[in-house]
Write a protein that binds this ligand. Structure first.
Ligand code: PGA
Length: 219
């Protein structure tokens, strides 16, 4: 089920309402799109102590102290000083991913996942072709993602599609004309592993928050 809000006046009030209504565990994204949401959330008086945040993904391998790391992003933009994030320097990515998955379970599972979408349809670092049943794992990044994000590394650690789909509620944010074609494919196209975001069609509670340009090709 979709609710498409075609004016990009996302003022974070949905997330504030969810937190006030006992949303305790959430997955949050990195990227240009959610920055406005984070700046808005920072301005609000919210008790983040009761919220457990899990960042969706990281570049791998990468020193978290680098300014381009997702850890640095989270430190800069997240309103909550405390957050969980995959260790982007781990020597044992499999163990790291398994433990992250266990941590999410121990936190009671995800009440909410806020997502961006890549121009190739990726959700977090679940690139085209990723198994629908994937849990947190190490992912080989597509050439498109490496180019768009100007990355030096070829891998990421990411929550899997199944992990994301286990969230009770999902909010996907997209803005700009560059996202219009993939948004159309995700919302109106057939379910297709080559467009990971198309799996959202099977989730019972998804809201796409789009600006006019990202929504411009929708019927
Ligand atoms: P963006 O990234 O918000 O910077 O466009 C989204 C994504 O790649 O998932």
């Amino acid at each position: 089920m979709y609710k498409i809000i075609t004016s990009f006046d996302f003022n974070a009030s949905q997330i504030i309402d969810l937190i006030n209504n006992n949303c305790q565990t959430m997955a949050l994204p990195t990227g240009n799109t959610p920055i406005g949401m984070y700046l808005e959330l920072k301005k609000r008086n919210i008790d983040w102590k009761k919220v457990k945040v899990f960042m969706l993904d990281v570049n791998y391998p990468q020193n978290p102290a680098e300014p381009t790391s997702f850890y640095s992003f989270a430190q800069k933009y997240l309103p909550s000083k405390k957050f969980n994030i995959l260790n982007s320097q781990t020597k044992d990515p499999e163990k790291e991913c398994r433990e992250y998955e266990e941590k999410i379970k121990a936190a009671g599972g995800l009440d909410l996942a806020v997502l961006g979408i890549g121009e190739n349809g990726h959700l977090a670092y679940n690139e085209p072709g990723t198994d629908w049943k994937s849990l947190t794992h190490m992912a080989k990044l597509s050439l498109e993602t490496i180019k768009i994000n100007k990355l030096k590394m070829q891998y990421g650690l990411t929550m899997g599609i199944k992990t994301i789909m286990s969230a009770k509620k999902i909010i996907l944010l997209a803005k700009g004309a560059d996202k219009a074609a993939i948004v159309k494919r995700a919302v109106e196209g057939p379910m297709d592993k080559n467009c990971p975001a198309s799996i959202l069609q099977t989730h019972p509670d998804v809201t796409f928050i789009l600006d006019q340009e990202a929504a411009s090709l929708l019927k």
